[in-house]
Write a protein of this length. Structure first.
Length: 148
């Protein structure tokens, strides 16, 4: 799976513009914000297994229930070649990471605010969420508005 120029990328956590994360800044230097949107998924807050109790991050899992939504931002990739390997490193996925990978880059349907449906790449969580906190609103910014 390779993202190409003109492809869309859906982000729902620390890469959103409101998070002010350095990797989000990198995203915005290689992509153009299209708008906000949602995917059919469930959002969880994951306690980092390598830093239990000290580091938390969001993880979205696809859902069979069409009412489940995870909200975020949609970007059009303008220069994916330098961006995507960095995002793969952030999400610990891709050919350089051992299986099973915690996140996987998938092409999903996103409903862009305003009603348009499109296909977009998104990093989805793959590990067990037993014990993880589900974010019922589907909005990471609702539970971590000041994340950096």
């Amino acid at each position: 799976m390779t993202a190409e120029k003109g492809d869309l990328l859906f982000v729902y956590g620390t890469l959103q513009s409101t998070a002010q994360h350095p990797m989000g800044d990198l995203l915005r230097s290689h992509a153009r914000l299209v708008g906000t949107g949602a995917i059919c998924a469930r959002l969880y807050i994951i306690d980092d297994p390598e830093d239990l109790g000290a580091n938390y991050f969001p993880g979205a899992l696809p859902s069979p229930d069409p009412a489940d939504r995870v909200y975020g931002e949609v970007y059009e990739l303008t220069n994916p070649a330098p961006l995507m390997p960095e995002l793969d490193r952030l999400e610990a996925c891709g050919p350089d990471w051992p299986e099973p990978q915690e996140f996987i880059l998938r092409n999903v349907e996103v409903l862009i605010d305003g009603g348009e449906a499109a296909r977009a790449w998104s990093y989805l969580y793959t590990w067990d969420v037993t014990g993880a906190e589900r974010v019922m609103s589907g909005r990471f910014t609702a539970v971590a508005p000041d994340v950096r």
